[in-house]
Design a protein. Structure first.
Length: 145
């Protein structure tokens, strides 16, 4: 019995779960784990998204991810959708995404679509960009030639 208690204590000391935003209701900061605060919606979350969870605790509210394409091109957002300069929106698209959740964007090259670079929140000339929107509006530009 003593061995079991000692083993349990040892294992518990090694286990450090990552806190999940918007999953624990709170009345004060003391109700949340380290790195989280109690938001105005009474949900524990990282400081940059505190107050942006639903009061029911189901899912966090969404924020806007705006894609603007210069030239002829297409940007795909993993598991969400695609923004295409040849669509009726002409490469100016807005997607509702969960705050604090990483999003992977990919510039899709094709016939007459050579990707040049990311602008705004993303940068560089790699065809992919991963970002984590936390504010109400995150803008990303993609330049094609």
């Amino acid at each position: 019995m003593l061995r079991l208690a000692l083993l349990s204590a040892l294992l518990a000391a090694c286990y450090e779960p990552n806190p999940m935003d918007c999953t624990v209701e709170c009345a004060s900061a003391g109700d949340c784990v380290e790195g989280q605060v109690c938001g105005s919606d009474h949900m524990c979350a990282a400081p940059e998204i505190a107050g942006m969870c639903n009061a029911t605790g189901d899912e966090p509210r969404t924020v806007s991810l705006v894609i603007s394409i210069a030239g002829r091109g297409k940007v795909s957002i993993d598991h969400i959708g695609t923004c295409d300069s040849d669509s009726p929106l002409q490469g100016n698209c807005t997607f509702a995404v969960t705050p604090g959740m990483p999003q992977q964007l990919e510039a899709v090259e094709g016939k007459d679509r050579d990707f040049v670079a990311w602008t705004s929140t993303c940068s560089g000339s790699a065809s992919t960009c991963t970002l984590t929107p936390v504010t109400a509006l995150t803008q990303v530009g993609a330049k094609f030639e």
